[in-house]
Design a protein around this ligand. Sequence first.
Ligand code: SD4
Length: 330
Amino acid sequence: MERRKFLKNSSLTAAGLVSASTLASCKTETKPEVAPLATVAPIKPIVVCTWNFLNATNKAWEVLSAGGNALDAVEQGVMVEEADVTNETVGKGGRPDRDGNVTLDACIMDKDGNCGSVVYLQNIAHPVSVARKVMEETPHIILAGKGAEKFAYEQGFKKEDLFTESTRKQYEEWLKTSKYETTINIENHDTIGMLAIDANGDIAGACTTSGMAYKVGGRVGDSPIIGAGLFIDNEVGGATATGVGEEVIRTVGSFLIVELMRQGKSPQEACEEGVKRIMKKNEGRKDFQIGFLAINKNGETGGYCVHPGFTYREYSEKGHENREVTSFYE
Ligand code: SD4
């Protein structure tokens, strides 16, 4: 049987979505249409992340290949980019908003649908770990701004200046024109969204960013919003996004992609449909970048974006792969 059809059938069965009438009509068949699960070996463990972050996937793979779980893998993986001051879109060294405040957004989600998020967090270099603490130590999902920062100190996180010499200089330069548009081009990216499946077959994801450079003070993007920048459904798969967050929020992008996979689309097809929905509402607009990345329960992956230039990194038993993504505007 064609692989995609098989996946479609098996995911529907697993999700308990096969209707009674479908089952009744199958009764007379001597050979079941659905192949035994064992014939398709899921790819696990596996990790993927947006863009070309070799060190981040190396770290996540280190955790996964030592038998660690997907949640630890994605947290530790994205922390590599949060700590890398040369990545000016994530963590320490992220570019500030128009008022000169570096404000960070991050979220994390586990196999059971537990999730945590921080938005507009200042002075803390590892927002993803604060998001995990929100998930594990509070009855809440999102903490914002000063409240999130106070919570982080209570949890033992240290106050840090998130500016670097480079981002301070760039900001001073930017102030000379103060030109601001909610656009993002292929040179102005590098948010990390990471999805992993561990040896048990469980899925987790994380997403972390400093958001759009020189954004209006107080702005929050898609990256820390569960369903927009990240979504995990352990029965189906996971998805994450990079690019102009406003567009991703409008379509609840990552949730949409996971639901499309639930309905039988491959990760690649689901990402393509997600981008096409966004482009339908932005006909002819070519001044922004959106990239989606997805993985299904069997460890198949896919990605799609508005403009050429989006790549994602995948690490499984086969080793490292840097995958060029096809795009809407080729
Ligand atoms: C945001 N989605 O804040 C983020 C930006 C981004 O690579 O992905 N940059 O809208």
